[in-house]
Design a protein around this ligand. Structure first.
Ligand code: NI
Length: 179
């Protein structure tokens, strides 16, 4: 296992379409996921997508199973490895909430997301995952899936009046701020 460098916005490797995983339970897959877990933990993240460490595959990790101090009202999100994900919105309702990203350090914006979704995919062993999620859980999954399509959250901001520096927006949360 190793802590990997997290690519920052401006790096064109964050703008690629990620390749689907064809081979489950392989050594390469498992060791890449172990690196992602260690990297996310070290960065205190809520989620991480493989392209953020320069690995261009459809692999996400998210959730700690714990309440995150900067999102005290959000129900804990189960610790999840999600591969080759598909998202279907359930209904038309949107949520507008603050997001940050480890690839966009120090900043935060209000981003529109679907309130409720169904998401499907596989774990690292090839077992099917099929869940419904709403609120914070749904937001995290949509944010991470966007990374697999080369989309960073600033590309989804509608109101640039709600885009700024953590240290200014949420001084009480310093220094624990990125996700
Ligand atoms: Ni991100």
């Amino acid at each position: 296992m190793a802590i990997r460098e997290i690519l920052k916005m401006g790096d064109t490797r964050l703008l690629r379409q990620a390749e689907p995983v064809l081979d489950f339970n392989s050594q390469a897959l498992l060791s890449g996921i172990a690196d992602m877990k260690e990297t996310m933990l070290a960065a205190n993240g809520a989620g991480l997508a493989a392209p953020q460490i320069g690995w261009n595959v459809q692999v996400l990790i998210f959730g700690t199973g714990l309440v995150i101090p900067r999102y005290p009202d959000a129900a804990p999100v189960p610790q999840t490895v999600l591969i080759n994900p598909q998202i279907t919105p359930l209904g038309e309702e949107e949520q507008n909430d603050w997001e940050g990203c480890l690839s966009v350090p120090g900043l935060r914006a209000v981003v529109p997301r679907w309130q409720s979704i169904r998401y499907t995919g596989f774990d690292e062993f090839g077992n099917t995952i099929d869940r419904t999620a709403d609120g914070f859980h749904a937001k995290v999954v949509q944010h991470e899936c966007d990374h697999l399509m080369g989309i960073l959250y600033p590309m989804r901001v509608r109101d640039f009046g709600k885009f700024g520096f953590n240290a200014v927006l949420f001084p009480e949360l310093q220094p624990e701020t990125d996700d």
